[in-house]
Design a protein around this ligand. Structure first.
Ligand SMILES: [Fe+2]
Ligand SMILES: [Fe+2]
Length: 182
């Protein structure tokens, strides 16, 4: 793999790894404070980020070494509203800057596997940001967010709410394989 794409893959791997854990921790916090749907949302999105981390990990599976964290992953243990606001900030950075730039570099360098991984993550992050915004609006009113069943595609991490489509719109995985957080 070309050096610039590899650096970006390692950065994305460490960013997604931390997001996976951060959301799991914030899920527990939301559950403890009575936000059952926010807890479920964080749990589903945590799963999605793990799938992204794995894809990036596998993109560099033929090499060994340390992955420095270049992604600027956030941390902090606040109230649920604050945790959601940090979460949406991270998602929006990935949507507006990180993944489009990483994908452009991978395309320029003809690194197809990495490019597809960046694209898949980008598509899921858009949904995560929208769901977190809904949860923020509810939390500002002192309420838990109303959310139907949340489905996570096990192949690409795409995240869907409500009635699941027959196939993942991003990677084509059949609905029967989706993991549902209801
Ligand atoms: Fe995300
Ligand atoms: Fe998918």
């Amino acid at each position: 793999m070309r050096d610039m794409t590899k650096a970006n893959v390692l950065s994305a791997y460490s960013g997604e790894s931390q997001a996976h854990m951060r959301y799991a921790i914030w899920s527990d916090k939301a559950a403890k404070d009575g936000f059952a749907n926010v807890a479920r949302l964080f749990r589903a999105v945590s799963h999605s980020e793990k799938i992204h981390a794995k894809r990036h990990f596998m993109a560099v599976a033929d090499s060994f070494g340390a992955a420095d964290n270049l992604a600027g992953a956030g941390f902090g243990y606040g109230e649920t509203l604050q945790n959601l606001e940090v979460a949406v900030g991270g998602e929006e950075f990935e949507i507006a800057e990180m993944y489009p730039v990483y994908k452009a570099v991978a395309d320029l360098q003809a690194e197809k596997f990495a490019s597809v991984g960046f694209f898949r993550a980008l598509e899921a992050e858009k949904v995560h940001a929208a769901m977190f915004h809904r949860a923020i609006e509810a939390a500002k009113a002192g309420k838990d967010v109303e959310l139907g069943p949340i489905h996570v595609c096990p192949d690409c991490g795409f995240t869907m709410e409500g009635d699941a489509p027959d196939r993942c719109p991003v990677c084509g995985e059949p609905k029967a394989n989706f993991v549902t957080y209801a």
